[in-house]
Design a binder for this molecule. Structure first.
Ligand code: NAD
Length: 530
């Protein structure tokens, strides 16, 4: 399939003329990437960041890896090398944990009054807002994602999250009790920060996912060591510069870039880390969780999903079809709570599929920096191959390929939005997380059947219902085994509401006041009075 836009073809033609292109990038940026960045006129600040040597942020210092190791960062549209990032050793991680420990155990951070923490978090939010355009470009270029979506969702979500949790910093407190025990006591509770928090995040919303964990942790008075995904560490490194500019004391936030098998594994067992907050796949989350439990670390695990969607017979078809398509194809399907399994009442099944396909056809497939891009390249060649392999599996399993599923001419790790019809729940494409723009659908005859199909999954991150009959919807909500239920929409996420899964989608919550419970210890104090 050809991408339905001129920018891609223009890029292909221009690559032939590469030698004539003026040098704009850094010493190790591939000329294809330079051309791409030039073609879309990325900002000077973004260029400056992408062309300078990148270092980790540990204890307020900018450091290379202990053994000087680096890894290439590949840009997903051009498939060329963008830059390099340090690949930390276990000793580097240990330095970061010691820096975070020192600040937590008695550094300037521990002595700050809550309102001062609140002020610093607001200052950080202001700086992120000031640099929003640059951060959106960095995120788009690193992940491959739409720059418009990065600006409106990733970066705006990051700003909102820091603002929301800034307000909490001065509102965390315990309670007094009235014990019935004989005697005279002052009995009260204290809410105390859990300690040094190890944060491990995936590649689909790098900055925003990190912000979810850091906003709450810093508001509670914790210090943090972050390991971004090795594929997408750039926004975390730019963010670290803003942390420094905001005046947050050195060692409170540490960013250690590196491999999951080295840095991530070491975080799960490091005795200096009190709590681990992990977002990623269910298999890795299980491994991390088991290792962390050996030291009784506090845990939050935000894991995979395969979220069901129920379209009832009375749903408003064109509106529901658009929302369903957006709910699965946003960020090219690389979304943990994407509504990837859609069960549709048999009486409207054919019409709904037609609406779905008609709307999907309007979603522009283009490089992430194209302002009109909706479907961008996936993050890596490996992810593209994984998703394409699942499409082949679906065909072999007997699912009907209703829309898309054809190879996309390169460059770029594109996968065409794909819709399967008449799927069975025992198919792998229905049970396994694909993490790409692939939607599976099936008809149902009554709501009991739809509920059984929806709940028949190892995952339980989210679910959605489309209907105008809110009475019926209200009856269905408690019976869905999912951490979030969206009605007549998908992925409506806000810092004021908790996010986290049931079943193998993890445990613990990010966001909302509920997240604070996972970052605070409660101390019971008994004072015997004369
Ligand atoms: P992943 O599990 O492969 O990696 C996630 C992070 O864990 C990365 O930083 C990686 O380096 C690190 N890691 C890898 N091996 C490790 C190990 N042995 N020990 C410690 N850390 C290790 O996931 P991914 O492919 O980066 O991201 C996609 C997955 O993330 C999907 O399953 C998606 O559903 C999930 N996700 C969940 C949520 C949520 O909130 N529930 C949000 C976004 C993504």
């Amino acid at each position: 399939m050809n991408k339905h836009n001129g920018t891609h073809q223009a890029f292909q033609e221009a690559t032939i003329e590469l030698r004539r292109v003026a040098q704009t990038g850094g010493h190790d940026m591939d000329s294809k990437v330079k051309l791409y960045l030039q073609q879309f006129g990325i900002g000077e600040a973004t260029q400056r960041f992408l062309t300078k040597p990148l270092r980790m942020f540990i204890g307020g210092a900018w450091l290379e890896a202990g053994d000087d190791a680096t890894a290439e960062v590949v840009e997903p549209y051009t498939e060329g090398v963008l830059t390099h990032i340090p690949m930390a050793t276990k000793a580097d991680l240990d330095c970061a944990v010691r820096a975070a420990r020192a600040q937590f155990d008695g550094g300037a951070w521990r002595l700050l009054k809550p309102l001062e923490r609140e002020r610093l978090l607001h200052r950080l939010a202001e700086l992120i807002e000031l640099h929003a355009a640059e951060l959106a470009e960095i995120e788009s270029i690193d992940v491959g994602k739409s720059v418009a979506q990065a600006r409106d969702v990733d970066i705006q979500g990051t700003i909102d999250t820091f603002r929301y949790f800034a307000g909490w910093a001065s509102k965390i407190h315990g309670r007094t009790a009235e014990p019935s025990l004989p005697g005279n006591y002052l009995a009260y509770t204290r809410k105390e920060p859990v300690g040094v928090v190890g944060v491990i995040v995936p590649w689909n919303f790098p900055l925003q996912t990190m912000a979810w964990k850091l906003g709450a942790a810093l508001a509670c008075g914790c210090t943090v060591v972050v390991k971004p995904a090795e594929l997408t560490s750039l926004s975390a490194l730019r963010f670290a510069e803003l942390v420094q500019e905001a005046g947050i004391p050195d060692g409170v936030v540490n960013i250690v870039t590196g491999r999951g098998s080295v840095v991530g594994e070491a975080m799960a067992t490091h005795p200096g880390i009190d709590k681990l907050s992990f977002t990623g796949s269910t298999p890795v989350g299980c491994t991390v969780g088991k290792a962390a439990m050996d030291q009784m670390k506090r845990l939050t695990l935000e894991l995979g999903g395969k979220s069901p969607v129920m379209v009832l017979a009375d749903a408003d078809l064109p509106t529901a079809a658009q929302a369903v398509a957006n709910g699965v194809f946003f960020n090219s399907g690389q979304v943990c709570d994407a509504g990837t399994r859609v069960y549709i009442h048999r009486s409207i099944y054919d019409e709904f599929l037609r609406e779905l396909a008609a709307y999907t056809r309007t979603l522009k497939l283009a490089p992430g920096l194209d302002p009109d891009c909706f479907i961008s390249p996936l993050v890596s060649k490996q992810q593209q191959e994984r998703v394409l392999a699942y499409i082949e599996t679906g065909k072999r399993e007997g699912a009907e390929l209703y829309y898309g599923g054809q190879p996309v001419e390169g460059p770029g790790y594109f996968v065409e939005p794909t819709i399967f019809a008449n799927c069975r729940n025992d198919m792998r494409i229905v049970q396994e997380e694909i993490f790409g723009p692939v939607l599976v659908t099936a008809p149902f005859d009554d709501e009991e059947e739809a509920l059984a199909l929806a709940n028949d999954s190892a995952f339980g991150l989210a679910a959605a219902i489309y209907s105008n009959d809110l009475g019926r919807v209200h009856g269905l909500i408690p019976r869905l085994r999912a951490g979030s239920v969206y009605v007549n929409a998908h992925s409506t996420i806000d810092p004021s509401m908790p996010f986290g899964g049931y079943k193998q989608s993890g445990y613990g919550k990010d966001l909302g006041s509920e997240q604070l419970d996972y970052l605070l210890e409660t101390k019971a104090v008994w004072i015997t009075l004369p």
